[in-house]
Design a protein. Structure first.
Length: 142
């Protein structure tokens, strides 16, 4: 049978390690929130607005909504057709999560994806947002 003192030391060590890990995760999450807000304001929102303007000019009425901490490109014809982005704080490190919602008759299909694989948030660019929107808008462009 294992010695209780040895097991207690191991448990205490595991508790201390878990606390250190949690503190590091909180630090990474705070940094990611700051980076995400910069990315959102400097790249994502302007690109979403540009797409909405271009789509409207092409006869596809979409509008941009900017809920706190996110951005959403939504069809004016069917509110269930939309592409939204927000920070997924459950991931480690946190990353922008894109949610695509498509209405098919009475069914609403929703899927999630990242913008560009598992690239760190600081490496994402306007071009990455453009590529993602072009990929996800295809069903509505025909």
């Amino acid at each position: 049978m294992a010695d209780a003192a040895v097991v207690r030391k191991r448990v205490k060590s595991a508790i201390e390690q878990a606390r250190r890990d949690q503190a590091e995760r909180r630090s990474r999450a705070a940094e990611a929130r700051t980076n995400y807000e910069t990315f959102l304001q400097a790249a994502a929102i302007p690109v979403f607005r540009m797409f909405a303007n271009i789509l409207k000019a092409e006869g596809l009425p979409f509008e941009v909504m900017t809920p706190a901490g996110g951005v959403r490109l939504q069809s004016e014809r069917n509110r269930d057709d939309a592409i939204g982005m927000e920070l997924d704080s459950t991931a480690d490190p946190p990353q922008p999560l894109v949610t695509i919602t498509r209405a098919r008759g009475s069914r609403v299909i929703q899927s999630d994806r990242t913008i560009k694989g598992s690239n760190p948030l600081v490496q994402l660019t306007e071009e990455d947002v453009i590529d993602m929107l072009l990929d996800e808008l295809r069903p509505w462009l025909s």
